[in-house]
Design a protein around this ligand. Structure first.
Ligand code: PHE
Length: 453
């Protein structure tokens, strides 16, 4: 077996390519499917404020930490910790990240598959003349069918694998550079439509006028989980992408730009969805079904609904695809660098194994829906365990590693590109990753498990 040739390691070709790829990873179903309903369930604007605070004080430092680890080591998450702290158990954090990518992609591809079905239904005018109750039955019948959702999931995984097989520069970067601008255009168009609906004002007030009585400890937990999930942090995705970033790029600026882009898209998704929800008198706390049941109902009543629904589901597909490739890349980078498999072999093996687990997730939402653990089905267990357990634990160890173990000089070198950049906020960054972020993550995590409070 030939060893992986690290001198020929693939990388991103341009600054804008890095931002497109990392923002592509961050911007996904988390922004357009999850953010609006989580915000809806947790009181709107007040939740948004907490979310923004967490993004700034924990999200950006953690993202930057991942870039620092990845670029310094030039390896997949497992190999990165091995290189930076040889012989110490830090590599377990890397392995946990790779496992996280595997698990998240398995259930994420279930929902990604649904988006393909809904695009197909938009094209064939499948929502036409359906009442809200019928749309709801339509969604549950679709899931109960089993075979269709599985087929769409397999197609989505195939698309993901195909891009990953093409490589970092000719696959991930190339497609991100095409798809991300398209995504922005579509979401802006939908926002304009939404805010010009009669009665849109209530939706905007819901999103932007805070009512702090809504801030409970569980809302804060939800906000942290959402921040990690949405920014793709805590599991090594951005260690992997960081390892492909050129030594000349400015890591802090990249982390800030990617976070800003991700947050902007979440807010735009809120602006696209809530005015429509309020204009048509629907409860904003509809839960996960918001985009698959409520929105088709709204498009049905809207002038030009055919086109809007088509655009909306296309938007979801693009968002999901640039995220699924980032998860698959984590596993593929690990397999090819550590087990000396070719990129082709790694891609096939990783995609196949993830799809098999993913199919069970999909079926657990339909024909095989039965309690798997704590009364929750397989899909629910995997979503909960990866978002609320693996990501915070991973994030905690990543900031601790960069804050206390990587060495201040190494961190400064990486952030300042060996002194060529100014790194003005380095002191603040160190305080955040050493003290504030770990304490905040630990507290939120312990509350969540019921150990504190
Ligand atoms: N950030 C992606 C989203 O918002 C999901 C994701 C999580 C991607 C973790 C990669 C890693 O949809």
């Amino acid at each position: 077996m030939t060893k992986f040739d690290f001198s020929k390691r693939d990388s991103f070709g341009s600054k804008i390519g890095v931002i497109a790829a990392a923002a592509g990873s961050a911007i996904g179903l988390g922004n357009i499917w999850r953010f609006p309903y989580i915000t809806g369930e947790n009181g709107g604007a007040a939740f948004l404020m907490v979310y923004l605070g967490l993004i700034i004080f924990i999200g950006i430092p953690l993202m930057l930490s991942e870039f620092v680890i990845g670029r310094r080591a030039q390896r997949n998450p497992y190999g990165a910790f091995q290189i930076l702290k040889k012989g110490q158990p830090w590599y377990l954090v890397g392995l946990m990240g790779i496992a996280g990518a595997f698990l998240i992609l398995a259930f994420y591809s279930t929902i990604a598959g649904w988006t393909l079905e809904y695009l197909y239904r938009s094209i064939t005018n499948g929502f036409s003349g359906k009442s809200p109750a019928e749309l709801s039955t339509m969604f549950s019948d679709f899931q109960a069918g089993g075979l269709w959702p599985v087929m769409w999931q397999v197609i989505f995984m195939f698309l993901t694998a195909w891009i990953i097989y093409r490589g970092v520069r000719n696959g991930i970067e190339k497609y991100a550079k095409i798809l991300m601008p398209l995504l922005l255009l579509i979401i802006i168009a939908i926002c304009i439509r939404s805010v010009t609906l009669e009665g849109a004002g209530d939706g905007l007030r819901f999103l932007f006028k805070p009512d702090f009585s809504k801030i409970t400890s569980s809302a804060i937990l939800e906000a942290l989980g959402q921040a990690f999930f949405s920014l793709s942090i805590g599991m090594g995705t951005l260690i992997t992408y960081g390892s492909y970033i050129s030594k000349k790029d400015n890591l802090s600026n990249t982390a800030i730009s990617v976070t800003a882009a991700d947050t902007l898209i979440s807010i735009l998704a809120g602006i696209a969805i809530f005015p429509a929800v309020f204009a048509f008198n629907i409860n904003p706390a509809e839960g996960p079904a918001l985009v698959f049941i409520t929105l088709p109902g709204i498009f049905e009543q809207m002038a030009g609904g055919y086109v809007w629904s088509l655009l909306f589901f296309l938007l979801l597909i693009i968002a999901a695809l640039t995220s699924t490739i980032s998860m698959l890349e984590v596993v593929v980078a690990f397999l090819s660098e550590e087990l000396n498999l070719s990129r082709k072999q790694s891609t096939i093996i990783a995609a196949l194994l993830i799809t098999i687990l993913g199919v069970f997730c999909t079926l657990s939402q339909g024909p095989l829906d039965s309690p798997f653990l704590f009364g929750t089905n397989l899909f629910g267990v995997m979503e909960y365990a990866s978002i609320n357990l693996l990501l915070p634990i991973g994030g905690f160890f990543i900031v601790i590693f960069v804050g206390w173990f990587l060495g201040k000089k190494n961190v400064r070198d990486e952030i300042s590109n060996h002194g060529t950049l100014k790194a003005q906020v380095f002191g603040l960054f160190m305080i955040l990753v050493r003290i504030l972020a770990p304490i905040a993550i630990a507290m939120v995590f312990l509350y969540q498990l019921g150990i504190l409070g």
